[in-house]
Design a protein around this ligand. Structure first.
Ligand code: GDP
Ligand code: CA
Length: 311
């Protein structure tokens, strides 16, 4: 079993490569749920859905999230009632949310429903929400507001300055069934190039997960989401200062060093190789820009090679 800590798009691109290299049945992804929200009574899980749509080959190719060949009939009819359309709800995507919400209303945990969704899309890997319990990422801004992650990122387009990030509800959350086992019993644990604050950071806030990473006997190898001193996409460069972390491949490695064993950085950051090894980590340098599946597969091979070299 190969276990991957995963946010949304960066993780989906990485998993697509990993599935070229190892059988899907041997892959478990532990996915961030801090981004999840309820709109019009529907439970929406953007990171789980981005990964599902990517791996099923039905993701919107330019957006890199949501469904390809999407329409927005329901969303435009909702505007008639004066609803502000800040969070996109495509018609095809809505079917996923309707299924999930109705099953959860019957009492099914998110992890069970996630299995139903991935089965329906023909996927053989296992996606596990970090927790089945109600948590959400809250953003505190420098003007003193407390926003849901999606209000900050989608509604306000990531403009406010962020002073802190919390996973609300984490105190009483438990890892979803299978999460801790997947971290302890794996061949290797891989950390996808996902946002260190609002994807990997929020997964680690679920009590028991960080501890499992500390105690796991298997190598933990990550890919830097920071390339050439900035992000490939998203807002990690705006959030890392809020957790006193330098916006560099080395800086994220330092932030993870307590539980990390190996770190894969991009060719453009090759000069940081010695700095990463000076943190006590093994470091590999390769192309990490996963614009095509061959690069992603080669990156996954590099991660597994680094992990095997440390066993
Ligand atoms: P989400 O899609 O918004 O949930 O974001 P993720 O948690 O997946 O994180 C996106 C992070 O992945 C950003 O920090 C990006 O810089 C990084 N990322 C996305 N694509 C790539 C890639 O091809 N290579 C590398 N090295 N990082 C990437
Ligand atoms: Ca996300």
């Amino acid at each position: 079993m190969y276990t991957v800590l995963a946010g949304g798009v960066g993780a989906a691109r990485f998993l697509r490569g990993l599935l070229e290299v190892v059988p899907a049945r041997e892959v478990v992804a532990i996915v961030n749920v801090g981004d999840d929200l309820t709109r019009f009574g529907l439970r929406i899980c953007p990171d789980l859905d981005s990964i599902t749509y990517w791996l099923a080959g039905v993701v919107h190719p330019e957006q890199q999230w949501g469904r390809a060949e999407e329409s927005h009939v329901v969303a435009s009819e909702l505007e008639r009632f004066g609803h502000e359309p800040w969070f996109t709800l495509g018609d095809r995507d809505l079917a996923t949310h309707l299924h999930r919400t109705s099953r959860m209303g019957e009492g099914a945990p998110l992890s069970t429903v996630t299995g139903e969704v991935t089965d329906a899309f023909g996927l053989d890997l296992r996606l596990l929400p970090a927790t089945d319990d109600a948590v959400e990422t809250r953003i505190t801004t420098s003007d003193g507001r407390d926003l849901h992650f999606q209000e900050y990122w989608v509604r306000e387009r990531g403009r406010p300055e962020v002073t802190s990030v919390q996973l609300a509800g984490a105190g009483s959350a438990r890892p979803a069934p299978g999460v801790v086992e997947a971290l302890i019993d794996a061949e290797a644990v891989l950390v996808a190039p996902s946002n260190p604050v609002v994807s990997i950071g929020t997964i680690l806030e679920v009590p028991g997960i960080r501890a499992a990473l500390h105690t796991t006997p298997v190598p933990v190898v990550g890919v830097s989401p920071i390339v050439g001193g900035t992000v490939v996409r998203g807002m990690a460069h705006r959030l890392l200062p809020a957790i006193d972390t330098e916006v560099s491949a080395r800086g994220v490695a330092e932030h993870y060093r307590e539980w990390l064993d190996g770190w894969v950085i991009d060719n453009v950051d090759a000069a940081q190789h010695a700095d990463v090894e000076a943190l006590g980590l093994s470091c590999a340098v390769t192309d990490t820009m996963m614009d095509d599946v061959e690069v992603a597969a080669e990156l996954a091979r590099t991660c597994l090679y680094l992990a095997r070299s440390m066993r």
